[in-house]
Design a protein around this ligand. Structure first.
Ligand SMILES: [Zn+2]
Length: 485
């Protein structure tokens, strides 16, 4: 759908029908299902003006996270976020909101959300490109690979986590990460960078297999450190695993020297991926700022927002790439809201909101780091000392006592899910930062969606999640009909 004359390219078919035809065609059950689609699919091949697709997702980014990420950029670093700056620029871009519902709920999980983009179907939460009756849908990376394009995944979570998996494999449960790693080996995608080494190593996989050696046998370069990533040749396929589980939060990364030395940040990985994937046939690359979501789950303003800033730095890398060319579709979005944080009114005339918010600049560690050494045996003094070390804030004794109760499982709150230690710590810190959260889980928010490049003229300002699958395959002119999952 990249023909600039849209009315002629559609041959009288409505835009919605047109988009839908390619979603049906991704059903991996054989072409007999697809009778009416062949005409369209053949003409897609001629239409593709998007040689490359870059899909950027800040996982679990509520509207308040987008806002406060930008506020930190302005107040601490003196510039708007690159994402907001895009809206100020004279580039041609699409901006809209998107409905991310899954098949079984208005509140979606990351696996169903990534699958809606990855195969064009809404499925139940927790599954990956697999329908409720076991239908396996062909994932978009495989569709692009079959069309001769390179494929890449970059994330700050385990590389086997829901969002990268949603572009790459079909499986009934996102939790089967050992199996997802094995499917990556079978499918031979060109580049994977992130955490999650534990799902590739013999001593931590359930089946005892050494997948790292198996990738090496298939001529992948293996990078385990930032240095090895920078030295990796762009000529061979690349598997970069920089941590056993998720990569550390940015707020911990910047405080711990060893992390700084050994673990690349999201912008560095994105830059390497673009160098690596660029080729004459084009590529698809998914980039995920995956721990924005985790910071929201744990009501951790600093953990969440500095990862949002790191995501924005990666957005800059992608914008620099597309600014030099007109053959790349760039999508920047999130998969759902999470815990809907906000900077709240504080003080007379709300005079305290800004200064309170700026206290986040002195934080050295995530809430996860704070809580990792606290348990039911921690004293009030232990709690106050550890919180102060991490945040430079001297919390009240009564506040530390409340957290102690939560650590003991003895705290009753009016809204049940606010009694977790992470929620209680988040609420205590809100007294000092004025940033609070509504829950510890995902929300049904319609989400922010930005896009640049070939095909964006076909997007409505209110988009259904599955339409992004159609946009990508149509803009790239790849054939979604071929083969099974
Ligand atoms: Zn989540």
């Amino acid at each position: 759908m990249s023909n600039s004359d849209n009315s002629s390219s559609r041959n009288g078919i409505s835009r919605r029908q047109f988009l839908k035809s390619s979603a049906l065609s991704s059903l991996g059950l054989g072409t007999f299902m697809l009778g009416g689609c062949d005409t369209n699919s053949q003409s897609f091949q001629d239409r593709g003006e998007a040689k490359n697709v870059i899909f950027m997702v800040s996982d679990g980014m509520s509207a308040g996270t987008f806002n406060m990420g930008d506020l930190i950029k302005r107040r601490q670093f003196g510039n708007l976020s690159h994402w907001v700056d895009l809206y100020n620029s004279d580039r041609k871009f699409h901006r809209g909101i998107m409905d991310m519902a899954s098949l079984n709920s208005p509140v979606t999980g990351s696996a169903a959300a990534a699958s809606s983009w990855g195969c064009g179907h809404r499925i139940n939460n927790q599954a990956v490109n697999t329908g409720p009756n076991g239908e396996e849908y062909k994932p978009i990376n495989q569709i692009f690979k079959d069309a001769g394009k390179k494929t890449g995944l970059v994330t700050t979570t385990r590389i086997t986590h829901a969002t990268p998996a949603g572009f790459s494999v079909s499986i009934d449960s996102r939790g089967k990460e050992d199996q997802i790693a094995k499917k990556y080996l079978q499918r031979e995608y060109d580049l994977m960078l992130g955490g999650g080494a534990r799902h590739f190593k013999a001593d931590s996989r359930d089946d005892g297999q050494d997948l790292i050696s198996k990738f090496s046998d298939k001529n992948y370069t293996i990078a385990r450190t930032k240095q090895e990533l920078s030295e990796a040749s762009v000529d061979s396929r690349l598997l970069g695993l920089f941590y056993d589980s998720h990569l550390p939060y940015t707020i911990d990364h910047q405080t711990i020297d060893e992390h700084q030395k050994n673990i690349p940040n999201l912008a560095e990985m994105t830059d390497k991926a673009l160098q690596h994937l660029e080729n004459q046939n084009g590529f698809i690359l998914q980039v995920e700022g995956g721990r924005v979501d985790h910071g929201a789950h744990t009501n951790d303003a600093a953990g969440m927002l500095y990862d949002q800033v790191a995501f924005d730095d990666a957005v800059k890398v992608a914008l620099d790439f597309v600014d030099q060319r007109d053959d790349t579709l760039l999508i920047i979005t999130t998969d759902h809201g999470n815990a809907n944080p906000a900077l709240n009114a504080a003080g007379d005339g709300y005079n305290d909101s800004g200064p309170f918010f700026d206290r986040l600049q002195d934080f050295r560690h995530s809430n996860n780091w704070i809580l990792s050494e606290l348990d039911e045996n921690s004293s009030v003094a232990d709690i106050r000392e550890r919180v102060e070390y991490a945040t430079q804030l001297g919390i009240e004794k009564e506040e530390a006592q409340t957290l102690r109760k939560a650590l003991n499982g003895n705290l009753e709150t009016i809204y049940d899910i606010k009694n977790y230690p992470s929620s209680v710590l988040g609420s205590i810190l809100a007294n000092y930062t004025s940033v609070s959260f509504t829950s510890g889980g995902h929300t049904s928010d319609y989400v922010e969606l930005a896009a640049l490049g070939p095909g964006i003229e076909n997007l409505d300002h209110f988009t259904r999640n599955t339409e992004l699958f159609d946009l990508m395959v149509n803009a790239a002119g790849v054939n979604a009909n071929m083969a099974i999952a």
